[in-house]
Design a protein around this ligand. Sequence first.
Ligand SMILES: Cc1ncc(COP(=O)(O)O)c(C=O)c1O
Length: 410
Amino acid sequence: MGRHGRSTLQFAHRMSRVTASPTLRVTAEADRLRRTGVDVIDLGAGEPDFATPDNIKNAAHAALDANFTKYTPSAGVLELREAVAARYHLDYGVHIKAEEVILTAGGKQALYNTAMALFDSGDEVITHSPFWPSIGDQIKLADAKPVFVQTHREDGFVIKADAIIDAITPRTKAIIVNSPCNPTGALIAEEEMAAIADAAAARGIWIIADLTYERLIYDPVPHNLVTVLFDRMRERTVICSAASKAYAMTGWRCGWAIGPRELISQCNVVQGHSTSNINSITQKAAIAALTGPQESVLRMLNEYRKRRDSVHAWLTADPRFVCVKPGGAFYLFPYVADLLSPTGIKSTGELAEVMLKEVHVAVTPGEGFDAPGFIRLSYATSIDRLKEAVDRIGAFVKTLEKDGRVAAMR
Ligand SMILES: Cc1ncc(COP(=O)(O)O)c(C=O)c1O
């Protein structure tokens, strides 16, 4: 520390442009409390509460027993690259070659490699807001400038092609679309994606589709974004996704990017100089996940749907929780501005802090998603715990009323 208590350590300029992930921050505080014996209900974490399905774990045991514990090719073993391609053929009807696939440490690294391989200083990259924070921060880490196009709760946070296209300038290098979206759960309609793709194709702009929650869509709505993009601009399309959410495999770190062979080779250069291949055992497990029976994905989806419907109904019984019912992913994103006041709790950041402290429910404040006034609740938790959480939140709101920290409901 220097004389004035300020750190004298000099970090790279780029570090001043980014902040630690707000979702990880909430998890850390909830963890700290839990370690001191507090019964915390964590609705902050963005990960399935289910165990990884047995067929996947068995494949990992077998890999370990067979000593499959060495380096693999940096982009992943051929069998897994082919398994990703086969999965997309089954799910979307597209033909993908193994060399158009790279395996990455989660969907996060798929997006990061792509950012590193594509973006330069001076480039603009359009995406939508509220957003998953890493999208904007990865753009900044690549020295480019994120351009956020607002989506609105009044129309279900849908992404509108016109708004995206209006944000295009001669500097636009890429457009990143996240569907289903974290934190809003909104899906982009195929026609809107098509209109964006037509505009991007005409201008030589890349489209990066973050489909991390692609298997967690609750209603039978058309969502074949892969075909929409491939038909229009395959040579500038990147699909980023992961085994993390669909197969309850967040800790295994398995994601992938699918794109033109030349781009995937560039991603492999980035990865080859940073993390190299993803865990060898994870790769064998992921082959089982992608090529094995898919019933467990459906079972988890059905359970998430039940939870979504229940928690949405419980929460919105209090009109101060204004909440769109999400079409995908596993988050509710209520607008709670009615719980804030200049003399009481002033921001959703403060609300989340006080809620964690007083009733031990962890939620993620909207500020980190560029959405002050909102909180994100993950319903990837058992229904009993969710009911308990909503009861605690109800009791918390009552206490706020009693203490005059929020106006009583009429
Ligand atoms: C929108 C979105 N994209 C990508 C990811 C990355 O997922 P992972 O790296 O865990 O596969 C996440 C994780 O929460 C996410 O919410």
